[in-house]
Design a protein around this ligand. Structure first.
Ligand code: CU
Ligand code: CU
Length: 288
């Protein structure tokens, strides 16, 4: 049966509550922190040696799709009616958005330590203690809009610029690829300071706190952000049916960039041993 992933802005109060409750249950059981650990483990970049699967790599989209599915299945074991909502950051662009409400993800960080003090993930409730982390502090931090040096969330035009790309990904298959949907949407600017090239990454920076690094899963907004990224990939695949094929189709040839470092279409992704192809066909969810 196909289930629905909804825009977070259209969730009812009861739906928000059930999502939050399921997340808190996974946290209490220690299951949530397993997801945090997996993401930290797969936070490799161009500069690291070995295989790049999750970031700065062609399999950025299918890896996060599988990661979200695993998380969603865990949520649904707690409450079968729950799915991961998505956050369209081209529309809900301010700290005043209902996303950051007391009844949903809670608000901005406060004071010099940027500690989140409102909502279900505030430290004082004792239900959201950050354990698996690459930064200091056992509490959730946010710095919405980065007031020290303000930045905006990506605009519709900036997202459209990525979605106009005719190919999926391109040599050298990393953060330096100057063409392709993947790097433009993942958001590593090829030219320093180019604002049109920082879609997904700039959202992490706009939220700040744990969202800045490998421990970003510690902020539950991670899932809503990546559900929207997944929706963008879905839209792109539909609007480019001929070009939608995952690239590289084969492992790069001997001597070509990325050889042995990236996942080709026929290969499997750790840690689940899932073929990339399994993430390209029909999914058990649809977006509304
Ligand atoms: Cu990630
Ligand atoms: Cu991300």
């Amino acid at each position: 049966m196909v289930y629905t992933r909804s825009n977070q802005r259209s969730l009812t109060k009861a739906q928000k509550r059930r999502f939050v409750d399921a997340v808190l249950t996974l946290k209490r059981k220690g299951r949530y922190d397993e997801f945090v650990r997996t993401h930290i483990e797969f936070y490799q970049g161009d500069g690291d040696s070995g295989l790049r699967v999750a970031h700065m790599a062609p399999s950025f989209f299918p890896w996060h799709r599988k990661f979200l599915l695993e998380f969603e299945q865990a949520l649904q074991q707690v409450d079968p009616a729950v799915s991961v909502p998505y956050w369209d950051w081209t529309v809900d662009r301010t700290p005043a958005a209902s996303l950051w409400g007391e009844d949903f993800l809670g608000g901005d960080g406060q004071g010099s330590d940027r500690k989140v003090t409102t909502g279900p993930f505030a430290r004082r409730n004792g239900t959201w203690i950050v354990k698996e982390t690459v930064t200091d502090g056992d509490y959730l931090m946010r710095e919405l809009g980065r007031p020290r040096a303000p930045i905006d969330l990506p605009s519709k035009a900036e997202l459209a610029d990525a979605l106009d790309e005719p190919v999926y990904d391109a040599e050298p298959w990393n953060s330096l690829a100057s063409a392709g949907l993947r790097n433009k949407l993942e958001g590593w600017p090829v030219r320093r300071g180019d604002p049109t090239w920082s879609n997904h990454n700039r959202v992490h920076r706009w939220v700040g706190g744990q969202m800045l690094g490998g421990g970003s899963v510690n902020d539950p907004v991670f899932w809503l952000h990546h559900a929207f990224v997944d929706l963008c990939w879905t839209r792109w695949s539909r609007s480019h049916p001929k070009a939608a094929a995952y690239l590289p189709a084969e492992q790069p040839a001997l001597g070509r960039p990325g050889r042995g470092r990236v996942i080709a279409a026929g290969q499997r992704m750790p840690p689940w041993n899932t073929p990339v192809r399994d993430m390209l066909g029909p999914m058990p969810y649809r977006y509304e």
